[in-house]
Design a protein around this ligand. Sequence first.
Ligand code: AHM
Ligand code: MG
Length: 348
Amino acid sequence: MHRREDPIVTVQQHIKEQQNLHAPHATGEFSWLLSGITLATKMIQAKVRRAGLTDIVGTAGMVNVQGESQQKLDVYANLVLLHCLGVRDCVGILASEENEDAVLLKRSPGIGKYAVVFDPLDGSSNIDVNVSVGTIFSILRRKDPHLESGTDEVLQAGSEQVAAGYVLYGSSTVMVYTSGNGVHMFTLDPSIGAFVLSEEHLNMPHQGQYYSVNEAYRDAFPDEYRHYLQMLRRGEIGNKRYASRYIGSLVSDFHRTLLKGGVFLYPPTASHHHGKLRLLYEANPIAMLAEQAGGAATNGETRILDIVPNSVHQRTPLVVGSRVEMGAFEECRRRVRAGELLASSLAD
Ligand code: AHM
Ligand code: MG
């Protein structure tokens, strides 16, 4: 990790510096796009911070495209992002967890070259009990600005992402971001209203001490996951006895994994073969951040970033974490498939 001596580096300044280094001919459109995300997330955090004081907690009485009950804050966060990004000409397509289809914005020819895909308020069922939630985003370059369907254009493999990140509304508000040249973290300074650089070039520790999974579903996990969890519990990975941490808010669970190392899993279950998390706006941005920080992410079969999606709200199993834990997961899967680890050796 690198700390700078500069008294203050804002996210905008940092993006400009990165562009000077890696894309000196950049037009400035991309930083304008990102300022839409910082503005929207500052508005969302202001609302989240006042949850309980205003009439913003609770369900909105509607169900989203996934069949999940929408919280009032889900609706607010979605509207704010759609507005703040929708007024930026360089954004041609917006796709959200809360909307069935991607929105194709009317732009003049040649304008609107970016698509932004986002989960406006991840973990929002936690909001009523004051647990951290977050916004996750993924930025893609449109392949063919003449296509009539926004949906077709966001169905790109995660390896095509131009940038990805999240904003975590936790004990402080932090933004973690990559555009393919490392992972950088900013903290919102509420006294000046700006995201200020806290750490640049974050590296995930090679091994951590926590695993993170909803263990209540463990009986329904495939054997390789059950063996893997047993190995973690028994201290058979890197000679370390693991503890568990599970918040139930992907952004928070991943943020801890990024900073402290370890592994987060949302496996398939007997009834949900693709798990719960969504590929485009949850797994892909998290996987890009993990890889950029020296970790890895898989759906249990394939590298997350290699999956070519076939629908906007496609779900995927997700295993993401540090190098040691991810290597051990691959090895465990291989041994189960080779018949070297048998179901009979699983404890209850
Ligand atoms: P959401 O995007 O509707 O909030 O749902 C996704 C959340 C993730 O943040 C979290 O990892 C997961 O759902 C928790 O699910 P479960 O309650 O099944 O453990
Ligand atoms: Mg979510």
